[in-house]
Design a binder for this molecule. Structure first.
Ligand code: WT7
Length: 634
């Protein structure tokens, strides 16, 4: 069922490119680059040539077993080698690779050479723990240098990494750890958040009791909380101790282009989270190419993506993309408004950030404090801004453009997903921009909008966003759930095309306007939260018999959760119970699941087969027409 999206796309303003940027840009002609992208194999093989392969591929793209596409068939490569080792024999050797900054104003810099040595030590240490190519290593870490080092160490030896976002809580942690059958967990004593230290180790300790596959737990002494060696169990070891005495040389594992690189979990509309599996060669080429072109990365840039490494944004554009391009990546551990809402701009000024990439929810949050903060600081180093995670409303776009970019830096609104691995719909610096539109599919990407019968919809009309041709950084499957991979993405619409799960419209200039999800997935502060996950968390509470949740629009978070609950006999809804329910859901899922209201109901709208019709709840809540109710039981 398609939602009516006709209210959007009233935005008519067009912003011309900044000519100075265009002069130096890698891509100077948008149309010509789009044209080049039409020859998929030629386009992507040229991009792939820029890396060091141990053995070159035989074939760029193998489409013989759709949708199990293969890229750079039989090519042999190592991503960590290309992201780190490759630079130490160049003049980037002593350039800062990672600039870590935290909310206390502390900083740590690692040059490419230093990073190289640290990665090698950790890679050797992991080997000593018995980790081999194909084994899974999980992390539950804050944004800290050890997280980047650990992931690169995995990549270097061919281990698959599976990052659990440090804002997730026990329930979500256990589910992800067990699904991936992680052998090693790397965690930390804590993380800084708004002047407090969140005790990550305590959450990990609790979760680990339910994770039988974990053999070793590595603990980063990050905040220096008093954890003594004697506090550690027999299978726990401090990171520092683990790498002590390890050699700083480690030969890269020769990986097949199609060998798994990482698993990253994301929410779907039903059941447990989906283990999105990415592989090596194509991901590398896709991520580096898009970052280079969309944000026009050059020598001398200081790149800052505020996304957490716990999400795909951080994987692709905090670690891999920037290091593959040999640029400096700023890693910030902290919130946008602590110690005050000027902190991000203070960092931009202090270090001279040139390219800045964040989420609409953060912009909307900072907007509330007015233009005072961005005006205190000198933001003239900024050349390009970016947005990701959800549609950016024109009001937020304009605020960002005027107050942060001072009307001279374009905003790259990038549409993509955990599954796509890389930007898919986004402008280039040469593109005219329209606030609220991610503009057109990138070169090499073939996106379209269709109806449920597979027909292209007329301009201006809403439909399902699909991708018609394969792209290198595409996910290859859902970890150990091929059926779901096929059903959700490849079979639910006709034509064997990739179904993104979003609704969108196209305007007369071919610009795409993303309207939101077409499934039961919420976008809370840019994070994907499945309604069913939240519902099962509610039902796990002793007072709840049945639960249905929907997204309610929220001016800052985009959406928050509204829950409709049927209570078990003997329970009454009151403030104490509401508090307890909130605590419970937070314990299960973490602060990502932002709860708005909780309402007690006697009945839930269901189909005859018993499926909850959230659409009806949504319509009722928003005072809309209930639509087709023929499948409603009563
Ligand atoms: C969903 C993917 C991609 C990294 C962060 C989110 C929404 C993402 C945009 C954008 C409109 C966007 C879509 C998409 N989305 N970027 N620029 N404009 N919507 O990754 O958690 O996998 O979520 O985020 O709904 O399907 P994710």
């Amino acid at each position: 069922m398609l939602r009516d999206t006709s209210v959007l796309m009233d935005e008519k303003r067009v912003f011309k490119p900044n000519y100075q940027l265009v002069e130096d840009a890698h891509v100077k002609n948008w149309e010509a680059e789009l044209e080049k992208g039409k020859d998929l194999e030629k386009y992507w093989s040229e991009k792939a040539e820029q890396f060091e392969w141990f053995e070159k591929w035989d074939k760029v793209l193998d489409e013989s077993n759709k949708p199990f596409y293969k890229w750079f068939v039989n090519g042999k490569i190592n991503l960590a080698y290309n992201a780190v080792d490759r630079w130490i024999s160049t003049d980037k050797r002593n350039q800062v690779a990672i600039l870590y900054v935290n909310e206390r104003g502390e900083e740590k810099k690692l040059t490419y050479y230093e990073l190289y040595r640290e990665v090698n030590k950790m890679a050797n240490a992991l080997k000593n723990l018995g980790i081999k190519k194909g084994d899974t290593v999980s992390t539950y870490l804050p944004m800290c240098p050890e997280l980047l080092i650990s992931l690169l160490a995995c990549t270097k030896i061919g281990a698959i990494h599976s990052v659990v976002y440090s804002g997730l809580s026990v329930g979500a942690f256990v589910e992800r750890m067990n699904d991936a059958r992680a052998k090693v967990l790397i965690t930390a004593d804590g993380t800084y958040r708004r002047g407090k230290i969140i005790d990550l180790k305590k959450i990990a300790d609790e979760a680990i009791l339910q994770c039988p596959t974990i053999e070793t737990i590595v603990v980063v002494n990050h905040t220096g909380q008093a954890i003594e060696i004697s506090d550690l169990s027999g299978r726990e070891i401090f990171y520092e101790r683990l790498i002590e005495g390890e050699s700083d040389e480690c030969a890269p594992e020769k990986m097949d282009a199609e060998d798994p690189l990482f698993i990253l979990y994301t929410s779907g509309s039903t059941g447990k989270p989906k283990g999105v599996l990415h592989t090596t060669g194509g991901y590398m080429v896709g991520v580096a190419t898009t970052l280079r072109n969309v944000f026009d990365v050059h020598n001398g840039d200081l790149w800052w993506c505020t996304g957490d490494i716990g999400w795909i944004t951080g994987h692709s554009y905090v670690i891999y993309g920037p290091l593959l391009l040999g640029t400096t990546t700023l890693v910030y551990e902290g919130a946008p408004d602590y110690p005050d809402p000027g902190i991000w701009w203070r960092i931009v000024e202090k270090y001279g950030v040139t390219k800045f990439y964040t989420a609409p929810t953060a912009i909307r949050h900072l907007m509330r404090f007015g233009n005072k903060y961005p005006n205190i600081y000198n933001l003239s180093s900024l050349k390009i801004l970016g947005s990701v995670g959800e549609p950016i409303n024109p009001e937020a776009w304009m605020w960002y453009y005027k107050n942060v970019g001072k009307e001279k830096t374009p905003i790259m609104d990038t549409w993509w997903q955990t599954e796509t691995g890389m930007h898919m719909i986004a402008p280039l610096p040469v593109a005219p921009l329209k606030p609220g539109s991610a503009t057109r599919p990138l070169p090499g990407i073939d996106a379209e909008i269709i109806d449920e019968n597979g027909n292209q919809v007329p301009l201006g009309k809403g439909g399902y966003l699909i991708i018609k041709k394969p792209w290198p950084a595409m996910f290859r499957t859902l970890y150990e759930d091929e059926e779901r991979f096929l059903d959700v993405y490849w079979k639910s619409l006709p034509g064997g095309v990739y179904r993104a799960g979003d609704v969108a419209r196209k305007d007369e200039d071919g610009y795409l306007w993303i309207q939101g999800r077409s499934d039961d997935v919420l976008k809370i502060a840019g994070h994907r939260v499945g309604t069913s996950e939240v519902e099962s968390a509610f039902v796990a509470h002793s007072a709840v018999a049945e639960a249905a949740v929907i997204g309610k629009s929220d001016p800052i978070k985009g959406q928050v959760i509204k829950a409709f609950l049927i209570l078990k006999e003997g329970y009454k809804m009151n403030t104490a119970l509401i508090e307890d329910l909130k605590k419970h859901v937070r314990y299960e899922l973490g602060p990502v699941a932002v709860l708005g209201e909780i309402e007690q109901v006697e009945k839930l709208p269901k189909t005859r087969s018993g499926k909850i019709m959230r659409r009806i709840l949504r319509a009722q809540e928003e005072g809309d027409d209930l639509g087709d109710t023929s499948t409603l039981e009563e």
